[in-house]
Design a protein around this ligand. Sequence first.
Ligand code: MNH
Ligand code: ZN
Length: 180
Amino acid sequence: MKGIIFTTLNDMLQERHGVSFWEQVLHDVGPASGGIYTSVEDYPDAELFQLVTRAAELLGTGTNALVQDFGHYLFATLARRYPVFVRDQPEFFGFIKSIDGVIHKEVKKLYHNPNLPSMQCEQIDESHLRLFYRSPRRLCRLACGLIQGAAGHYGERVELEHGTCMHLGADHCVIDIRCK
Ligand code: MNH
Ligand code: ZN
């Protein structure tokens, strides 16, 4: 996993819960990296899962909810860092449809060996987009949060429905996005 994911998790938890909370998480997890993350390096996926799991335990919230919140927060960071991707897409569904073929394709040129999901889209009707998420990392909750962040950016009120899920034994996840 790219360092930007870790530095952003660090930012979010520190901003919302204080520097001592983040230090507690690092202390409890004892990551091999020492917890000093830089955006240009790669860190083990397992380390991210450990950090999120411990933070959720300390906060008394569910891991799924925290991962989704993190996705929402992460969208703002990514959009600030790569404004061209939102600038090029005037509409919310257009933006979501551009993730696989444009955004993550560019990410592959910018970063060395990024681990990216596959996200295919099927437009059901003008207010309903169906997303097929596939990734061995099974970060569908992160995807849901990123989608919510993007919806907020485009001023859309959305309802997400995540029925079919890899965490429930399916070989892919389906996320239905409905604009209200
Ligand atoms: Mn996207 C991971 C860039 C928008 C879904 N995304 C990553 C990574 C980068 C990245 C970099 C980290 C790759 C790695 O660790 O090796 N993503 C972007 C950028 C934008 C973006 C620059 C827009 C700006 N991404 C989105 C949106 C979604 C999304 C919107 C949601 C639908 N991205 C993901 C998911 C992952 C990810 C989910 C986590 C990896 C995985 O699921 O396998
Ligand atoms: Zn899922």
